[in-house]
Design a protein around this ligand. Sequence first.
Ligand SMILES: [Fe+2]
Length: 309
Amino acid sequence: MIRSLLHVGMIVPDLEVGRAFYELFGLQARASGNDLVFRCQGRDQDQIRLMQGPRKKLAYTSLGTNQAGMAALTSSLRQAGVAIQGAPFDVPFGGIWFQDPHGDWLNVQVAEPAPASTETLPPEINAHGRYRRVGLRACSVETRHKKAKPLRLGHLIKFSPDVPRSVQFYTQVLGMKVSDQAGDVIAFLRGAAGGDHHMVAFAKSTHTGLHHVSFEVADLDEIEIGAQTLLRAGYRDAFGLGRHIGGSNYFHYIRDPWGSLAEYFWDIDVIPEDDSDWQPLVADSPKDVIAVWAASPPPEDFILNFEEA
Ligand SMILES: [Fe+2]
């Protein structure tokens, strides 16, 4: 049923603090009513909506499906006894609204994800035995002036007080699929039509909240160009550079101004809709999914939930 991640809504105490962070991250801001909305350059799709409120909080996740998926979803919600409700926020888009087992709001729209910009393609990679960039430089003096240009919001990780319960709801009621998991501590879910290794993941905490939002960039350079730009501006480092096991993507996380994380990623595993060959990893410990390597170990507060209960 659920086929794509459209955007994420957050309540924050100061919209301009959010504007400064996400613009430097590489997104483009525009006003939408009383809110600030962010898009990737060259992509016709909202990715983050910041709404003014007293405390930082993940407000909702907006997901996409097709007509058939919407019909199946509404029937599945009815069967599960989940009420479809009026929009809980003053937002200018349609779709249905309901709450997951822990009270987190979900919006589902009949919508295809907008294509990401292909305006600037990264240089080909010269992997041994597959040299594809011959007679061309990958780097020049101009490369030093590159900026990170996020291509699309790829996924988010939500905190859950009961990861297995969340997995049960998002798979059985919303049609998502488990790609990998580690005990009852973390689970990675992809969409019903396949695609990225994870669209939503759940990490164990005492209460709900946003762990991170993650944006795809064009290459490894852009992960670090983006991260180093934010670090030079005084934002806090969180974890990276490294390469995950769950999803295989290269990553670098920076703390947003309220303690959640914003991740740049590149080279994630992709799973087809016909996924009969995919064997989910069922690990005992989050250590077995977190990283093949990283520049330094994850900090103590990497999976701390900074949102108030
Ligand atoms: Fe991530």
